[in-house]
Write a protein that binds this ligand. Structure first.
Ligand code: HEM
Length: 387
């Protein structure tokens, strides 16, 4: 269940807190109810974020050697930092992603999406199938992020490969051969980040100026390059696919009775790209009546919490603006709540608004396929054709 959890979000038969062993025999406490997920996220004393980026398949010595060869280190910086340095690091990142800076990117992104859609339309007119993931979703978030936060001068393809390798290395069930390949990919890019962290401007420069050591600058860039673009890419693809199957919602968008922003919220609730997120219990405690020993891995089932009937009126239906629609926990909650939420929302609203009319004129050739992963959906493609 753990690695394909999105497939069971609507399954009625789940206790509030379930004990689920993983593929290597480690037991996790899977939290399924909105109120309990929120309780854990907002209680940093009982539940720390230290395990947020731990590899779910233990990394074997051979792959560790590969990482060590690249001098790979990932000290607590943002999502996995429950320490005193977290608020300061977060504040510098939040400045770079301030809502006014995000809003300023909207016209540029809208123009780029229109340009892309013109090319997509021409290809469809010529009878060709088009992969909307590749043409629209895959690189747009990275291009916007690069405008907000100075990034290493690496080709888009290299950053995407690194980010997806990191998501697989830390969150997928893997064998040792694959781990060695992924470790090499992640390690190589870590080296690029280390050089950039030492000399780069933008966010890297601000973190250095605030007195953060090189390891912390690398850690922040590492996390941002993964969390700040791959998540939104995945979400755009999942949302466009969902919207392709929701003609009434598209009709509402056309008629102006449904707002793109509400479609985005309902998308985050029903199709979150991050399906689970982890915490670790610091003390013996109880959660929803279940005993939680200190040290337990807590898997917060964000996707399931979004469908909790206690939080939303029609949990399994895509109804933009319905009561409870915005109460999803797709961005987490509490001290570590996503700092990129406004950026992701802006990007998704632009893409939905501009792309919805095209979805009226196409049929789906190939739905997205998602690999086994504890946390990230990672859709691979979404192919449509005219007609
Ligand atoms: C749809 C897209 C996205 C989703 C679903 C998402 C989801 C999340 C989640 C679940 C967390 C953990 C929250 C917690 O522990 O309570 C998180 C943290 C974070 N996200 Fe996002 N995220 C998205 C996009 C972005 C973007 C675009 C950026 C930046 C450009 C970003 C930057 C971050 C950062 C820096 C953190 C760590 C915050 C901290 O620990 O203080 N995310 N995100």
């Amino acid at each position: 269940m753990l690695f394909r959890s999105w497939a069971q979000t609507a399954d009625a038969h789940w206790p509030d807190v379930a004990r689920v062993p993983d593929h290597v025999g480690v037991e996790h406490l899977v939290v399924t109810r909105h109120a309990l997920v929120r309780q854990v996220l907002t209680d940093p004393v009982t539940y720390r974020p230290d395990n947020a980026l731990d590899a779910v398949t233990p990394v074997p010595v051979a792959a560790l050697r590969v990482l060590a060869g690249h001098r790979f280190r990932l000290p607590p910086t943002l999502a996995n930092n429950g320490g005193d340095s977290h608020p300061q690091i977060r504040a510098v990142v939040a400045d770079a992603l301030h809502p006014t800076r995000v809003a300023a990117q909207r016209p540029w992104l809208t123009a780029l999406v229109r340009e892309r859609l013109a090319a997509v339309g021409a290809a469809l007119d010529a009878g060709a199938p088009v992969d909307l993931h590749a043409e629209l979703a895959a690189d747009l978030p990275l291009l916007v992020l690069a405008r907000l936060v100075e990034l290493p001068d690496a080709p888009v393809g290299a950053v995407k490969e690194f980010a997806r390798a990191a998501l697989e290395l830390f969150w997928a069930p893997l064998d040792a051969d694959r781990q060695a390949v992924l470790a090499a990919e992640v390690g190589r890019f870590h080296r690029v980040l280390r050089e950039f962290a030492a000399t780069g401007g933008g966010l890297a420069g601000s973190l250095r100026a605030a007195g953060h050591p090189p390891d912390v600058v690398v850690g922040a860039l590492f996390f941002l390059l993964v969390a700040g673009q791959e998540t939104t890419s995945q979400f755009l693809t999942l949302l466009l696919h969902r919207l392709a199957g929701e003609p009434a919602v598209r009709a509402g968008l056309r008629a102006g009775t449904v707002a793109a922003a509400d479609v985005v919220e309902e998308g985050l609730r029903l199709e979150p790209p991050i399906v689970t997120w982890r915490r670790v219990a610091t003390v013996d405690t109880t959660l929803g009546g279940t005993a939680v020993p200190a040290g337990s891995s807590i898997v917060l089932w964000l996707a399931r919490a979004g469908r909790d009937p206690a939080a939303v009126a029609a949990p399994d239906e895509f109804r933009p603006g319905q009561r409870g629609s915005r109460r999803h926990l797709a961005f987490g909650a509490g001290a570590h709540r996503c700092v990129g939420d406004q950026l992701a929302r802006m990007e998704a609203a632009v893409v939905v608004g501009e792309t919805a009319p095209l979805l009226d004129e196409v049929t789906v050739v190939r739905a997205p396929w998602c690999p086994d992963n504890l946390t990230f959906r990672m859709p691979d493609a979404f192919v449509v054709r005219r007609g």
